[in-house]
Ligand binder design. Sequence first.
Ligand code: GLN
Length: 305
Amino acid sequence: MKSFLEGVINRNKYMCELGKVADYIPGLSTANKNHLGICIIDTSGEIVIAGDADVKFTLQSISKPLTLMLALLDQGEKYVFSKVGMEPSGDAFNSIRKLETGRMRKPFNPMINAGAIEVCSMIKGKNSAEKFERVLNFIKLISGNNNLKVNEDIYKGEKETGNKNRSMAYFLKGEGLISGDVEDVLDVYFKQCSIEVTAIDLAKIGLFLARGGVLENGDRVVSEHIATIAKTLMTTCGMYDGSGEFAIKVGVPSKSGVGGGILSVVPGKMGIGVFGPSLDLKGNSIGGIAVLEEIAENFKFSIFN
Ligand code: GLN
């Protein structure tokens, strides 16, 4: 398996040249475009890594399904989906236009920025620091990595440049969809995007979802239903406006982030973490998608088979 994965990385590395790293903040623009790595962990606990699997990067949008699970625990499904939809938007992750023109009058889903910011407003806690602390602790728990922390430089960049996110959040506040202080809600969002992980952490989180919300030690953290909601939204919306093509070519619940990570889940079988900061036009890891396509083809693991 290890030599197969190393071959996959080597065969797809050229793809990294075809994309470009996120450059909206300095902390992301200095990423090495040629990094490409993968970690797979199966339900027996066997870990296989290849390429740049131990390089740190920030979660960015991969945090979205994770915070969603915590919000579902905190507020319940009915409340959460009264304020955010379950439908693919077909637009870019940071698009604003359907907030006003869409028939729903709420963000289309929790995997786009507007929906994720809305979800951040639902996390319980007496102030924004406590809310974020609960998000971080939840992600530490499901990744089994107690050392996770915020990359302060990226956080600062997100906060300084996040005016589109800020405008969406104020719009949501104006619509009565966010209660409390908007900057506090945004702070939770910017911090969760800035949590540093490796492909190995992503594979562990993937395994947690593959096991339906259960840790490797058998402890249940979220109900099977909550894990299923996260996996379903990852399948329909996790790769933004590239989700349809990805579902055909790879076919497993996945979530990408502009830091270059992709979190993938083969339900009941394995968790996969991929890292490659060179992105395609939709903001998904270009090498990471190529790697997942080859693996999916080889193992025939599409959930639609
Ligand atoms: N921090 C990024 C943003 O809010 C996250 C987006 C992403 O990973 N697609 O724009």
